[in-house]
Design a protein around this ligand. Structure first.
Ligand SMILES: C[S@@+](CC[C@H](N)C(=O)[O-])C[C@H]1O[C@@H](n2cnc3c(N)ncnc32)[C@H](O)[C@@H]1O
Length: 205
């Protein structure tokens, strides 16, 4: 039943050119969740909810959950419909906000983070999300081969801060970056183009 629904969604969004994760990638992420026994996942970039359905279909097997953030209201509304059709309301928190302004306000700590949003802001994201991830848990960034031009800053940032990563070519034309959070930082070595205070102000407004 769920497989049929995912297949329908995939076909519909393929026709409408939504950049959903591929089946191969979804399978890989689900296997990681299974092996790693992850309990509390965070996704940035829900779109219509295809990747979230895939992720939560694995998380739900152990009553675990997903928080996912999307700033486009039409996509968020479609996602709400899809989540209901897949019967996953209890296991998903769907947030309609700009993740750049929301992440620092999240009160939970996550063990599995999947980033599938504005590639050129990947460094901003890592800076924000780092304190929301448990030590030794996993951060995954999608589309790092396809958009490698936009990833130069990220790689520079990782090198400057001695953060280890792996790039895995999951698909024919793309791959993911895997980062295991091995250490805490008091401050990262990089120049930001915003301040955390600005972000907090923006959330309050
Ligand atoms: C590649 S799509 C996500 C696809 C989805 N993960 C899937 O595989 O089904 C990227 C999504 O990120 C959203 N997005 C981009 N920047 C964002 C931000 N700053 N905050 C929240 N969502 C954002 C876009 O609106 C878009 O729907």
């Amino acid at each position: 039943m769920l497989k049929k629904f995912i297949k329908q969604l995939r076909e519909f969004w393929r026709i409408n050119e939504v950049p959903n994760i591929t089946e191969t990638n979804a399978k890989f992420l689900k296997d990681l969740i299974k092996i790693g026994n992850y309990k509390n996942a965070l996704e940035i970039g829900t779109a219509n909810w295809l990747s979230a359905i895939e992720l939560v279909s694995e998380l739900v097997k152990n009553s675990w959950k997903l928080t996912t953030i999307e700033f486009s209201t039409p996509s968020y509304l479609q996602a709400i419909e899809n989540i209901k059709k897949a019967w996953f309301e209890k296991n998903v928190k769907l947030l309609n906000w700009n993740a750049l302004f929301l992440i620092s306000e999240l009160e939970e700590i996550y063990d599995f983070v999947f980033i599938d949003w504005m590639k050129r802001r990947s460094v901003d994201f890592l800076d924000l999300v780092w304190e929301k991830v448990e030590l030794n848990w996993l951060i995954i960034i999608d589309d790092v081969i396809k958009f490698s031009e936009k990833m130069k800053w990220l790689k520079d940032f990782l090198r400057k801060n001695s953060i280890k990563y792996n790039i895995i070519p999951i698909d024919i034309d793309d791959g993911i970056m895997m980062i295991i959070k091995e250490k805490e930082f008091l401050a990262f070595n990089w120049e930001k183009d915003y301040s955390k205070e600005q972000i907090k102000d923006n959330v309050k407004r």
